[in-house]
Write a protein that binds this ligand. Structure first.
Ligand SMILES: [Zn+2]
Length: 404
């Protein structure tokens, strides 16, 4: 037994003044309880004045530790309270095995954080048989610590995107550094105030609002007015994904008006919205008669969408004349939803032009969508928005955690 205790002490890194007192194994419940005590006469620092102090009394605290084979392992640590002539009785500040007031040892917390990278918190909770609330608490603690390390001193180009979770009940706005691709700020809401919050937060992250040279965002009124109010010096580039989405919506509106008197357009919604190169052979076959005749308004709107898509691929100096031509040509179709889209483009002309010439416009949405989808999945069933926000930070950064 002594040999086993010695070996286990090494594995568990139990060193002076700590020693393993006894081990209890319960085969029926498949648990191992390791009791750890300190050498009699040890002085511990008073948590207030840090002076070595005598032990007043002690109590066992239990942390779950890494399993031993498939036996659950618990560390039961005799935790002293010190008595100091100046400050009286105090609980000691820290133990080498785990954080005070938690359920898990440092190594177990490390396992939890590592697993959350790969599975949803709810799944992990079932897998290891721990309440998800406890797991969220661990997660929250380490993310809060990691957030202190976000450094925006070199942030000059940012992307802003609003996302809805829980079927549109809650909105979050996500700020990314377009050069590093990292998520630097996430907050609840989607209005102008989110930019005010980001403005303030930048100072905490060693950043400077005056350094922000470019903002890539959607064409929402609230973001535009927020930009004018707080980052008026920054160049605005509208996001490609949102611009294209608006045109897709317009094409679908044309189809929905037309389907009322043209039954052949029924159940064709996705043919018109999909990127042509992603169409299956069967879908291509369904679409081609419409395009050959191009007598329907939907087909006309669709062709105008394909032409618009081409504008992202032309040489920079050709973008503006081609966009103007496109506006003229598409306007002459006299389709209400398309005209509305044209007006949107005219009202946001400079930012759209810049988007067509910019490299950043792709990076924002594509990178962020995958971060967001993954965060939604990992945090599914989350009970409060902070957990979800922290999950976005976690997925959107490559944090290094300190488990000591
Ligand atoms: Zn003291």
């Amino acid at each position: 037994m002594d040999d086993f205790i010695n070996t286990l002490s090494k594995i568990l890194k139990v060193s002076e003044p700590w020693k393993i007192e006894k081990i209890q194994v319960h085969h029926a419940t498949k648990t191992v309880n390791v009791f750890i005590d300190y050498e009699k006469g040890t002085l511990f620092p008073c948590s207030k004045c840090k002076k070595p102090s005598k032990v007043h009394d002690s109590n066992y605290r239990t942390w779950r530790h890494l399993d031993i084979c498939d036996y659950r392992c618990y560390l039961n640590i005799k935790t002293p309270r010190t008595i100091c002539p100046k400050d009286g009785v105090k609980v000691i500040e820290k133990l080498p095995f785990g954080r005070m007031n938690t359920h898990y040892s440092f190594q177990y917390e490390q396992l939890i954080m590592g697993r959350i990278k790969n599975v949803a918190v709810s799944t992990l909770s079932r897998e290891i048989g721990e309440p998800d609330n406890n797991l969220w608490r661990v997660f929250h603690h380490y993310i809060q610590e990691a957030l202190m390390s976000i450094d925006c001193s070199e942030t000059i180009r940012i992307g802003i995107d609003e996302k809805s979770s829980k079927k549109g009940h809650k909105y979050v706005t996500i700020f990314t550094d377009l050069d590093t691709g990292n998520v630097i700020f996430v907050c609840e809401g989607k209005d102008e105030s989110t930019l005010a919050m980001f403005y303030e937060k930048l100072f905490d992250m060693i950043g400077d609002p005056n350094n922000i040279k470019l903002i890539c965002m959607d064409m929402s009124k609230s973001f535009i007015s927020g930009q004018k109010e707080y980052f008026s010096w920054a160049e605005v580039v509208f996001d490609k994904f949102h611009i294209k989405k608006a045109l897709n919506k317009a094409v679908d509106k044309v189809r929905r008006h037309e389907v009322v008197y043209n039954e052949t357009l029924k159940k064709t919604k996705y043919l018109w919205l999909k990127n042509p190169c992603n169409l299956t052979a069967k879908q291509e076959q369904l679409l081609s008669p419409f395009l050959i005749e191009s007598s329907t308004n939907t087909a006309k709107a669709y062709i105008c969408k394909l032409e618009f898509d081409q504008l992202w691929n032309v040489q920079h100096n050709a973008v503006e004349p081609l966009l103007n031509e496109w506006i003229k040509r598409s306007g002459s179709l006299n389709l209400n939803p398309i005209n509305k889209f044209i007006n949107t483009i005219k009202n946001h002309y400079q930012g759209v032009l810049k988007a067509m010439k910019s490299f950043f416009t792709n990076a924002l949405s594509e990178g962020l969508n995958s971060v967001f989808q993954l965060a939604k999945y990992r945090a599914r069933g989350f009970r409060n928005i902070d957990n979800f926000i922290n999950m976005i930070y976690f997925i959107g950064n490559d944090f290094k955690f300190d488990f000591h």
